[in-house]
Design a binder for this molecule. Structure first.
Ligand SMILES: C[S@@+](CC[C@H](N)C(=O)[O-])C[C@H]1O[C@@H](n2cnc3c(N)ncnc32)[C@H](O)[C@@H]1O
Ligand code: SF4
Length: 338
């Protein structure tokens, strides 16, 4: 269950998403795709504003937008929700509940998993989230997993008791883009979070019994902060022992204008540098039962396993790619993407 991302509707990712309900409806409803404020009708059970992102492991999930955009939208590397139509807003409860009701009528017991969109749906108050989870349980009775992206700050005002209520109501998995455990990197990329705030949020989720899928971005610290990024990201993961861990490789849209503005002397890592950083990160991990995936399309080298059982094998794969890149199963540059 890697926690990285796939656009539901865009280019290279499309094939992976043929199974998503969102995608199927979008195909049916092409004329409505870009219409903001399109009224719900029998033909349009849920309104999607493109682009819609979800983790790869949610490919067969029904995507239910309960917000649009990201409430923070400040990370300098991320252009996911920077288009005007994705300005952050909470959706009207009446619209969300009606969409879930329609989905229940149309899809009944077909839906097993629901992903609450967009970028940090857990920003909504607990009471409203509980109302949506209750509607999902009632209208889509075969759903056994509801998940969402989550920012540490979304949880600051939520108690462990509230999170436990959410878990009991069906929210069993949260994807958190920690991105790095290094405070200097987090400050440079304007994540608005720290090692401590991320740790606290992951611990809260864990105590509430909500499984955590954490994302770390390889290359995020560039050349100057690579070592600290690898070491402190490993420290963060060790301290929180999430159930799932995934790594992506930094890919900057538009040459990274915002990224470089905020960090003018940032120097990207070479492919070898990225692999060396990954080696150091993996070497620093001390885990017992974390499912690890580095298979997102942004990665040069696909790695999959359980940490710690597969640590030696994963390290050997990375070291082989560093020493013999010509014979390593590295992705072609043209096939990489976000
Ligand atoms: C759609 S975003 C939503 C995640 C959520 N808002 C959070 O920050 O936890 C999912 C993840 O995509 C990854 N991502 C976004 N832009 C990226 C980029 N330019 N390069 C690599 N990974 C990126 C980050 O790991 C981010 O957390
Ligand atoms: S919080 Fe997540 S979605 Fe929002 S800007 Fe940062 S990475 Fe992007």
């Amino acid at each position: 269950m890697s926690g990285s991302l796939v656009s539901v509707t865009e280019g290279a990712s499309l094939n992976k998403d043929v199974g998503t309900f969102a995608f199927r409806w979008m195909v049916y409803l092409k004329p409505l795709r870009f219409q903001e404020g399109a009224k719900l009708t029998a033909a349009s059970p849920i309104r999607y504003i493109e682009p819609v992102y979800r983790p790869p492991s949610e490919a067969s999930s029904l995507i239910v937008p309960i917000t649009d955009g990201c409430s923070w939208n400040g990370c300098t590397f991320c252009e996911m929700y920077s288009q005007p139509q994705k300005r952050f807003r909470a959706r009207e409860p009446a619209e969300v509940l009606e969409g879930i009701r329609h989905a229940g009528e149309r899809l009944g017991t077909e839906v097993r998993r629901v992903f609450l969109a967009d970028g940090d749906a857990l920003v909504l108050p607990t009471r409203r989230l509980l109302a949506y989870l209750d509607a999902i349980r009632t209208q889509l009775p075969s759903v056994h997993r509801v998940s969402s992206y989550c920012l540490p700050r979304n949880l600051r005002k939520k108690t462990i008791g509230e999170l436990t209520e959410l878990r009991d109501a069906g929210l069993t998995l949260a994807y958190m883009g920690a991105e790095s455990g290094d405070d200097a990197v987090l400050e440079r990329i304007n994540k608005g979070e720290t090692f401590a705030s991320t740790c606290e949020a992951l611990d809260k989720l864990g105590q509430a019994g909500i499984r955590r899928s954490v994302m770390i971005i390889n290359g995020l610290g560039g050349m100057s902060l690579s070592l600290g990024h690898a070491d402190n990201s490993a420290r963060l993961i060790n301290a929180t022992a999430p159930e799932y861990l995934s790594t992506l490789v930094l890919m900057l849209a538009d040459g990274g204008v915002r990224y470089r503005q905020a960090w003018p002397d940032w120097q990207p890592l070479s492919q070898a540098g990225l692999l060396r950083e990954m080696e150091r990160f993996l070497a620093g991990l001390d885990l017992k039962r974390t499912i690890f995936r580095s298979d997102h399309a942004s990665n040069w080298l696909v790695l999959k396993g359980t940490l710690g059982a597969d640590k030696a094998r994963l390290l050997a794969q990375v070291r082989a790619a560093i020493e013999r890149p010509d014979t390593a199963p590295l992705r072609a540059a043209s096939t990489r993407g976000l």
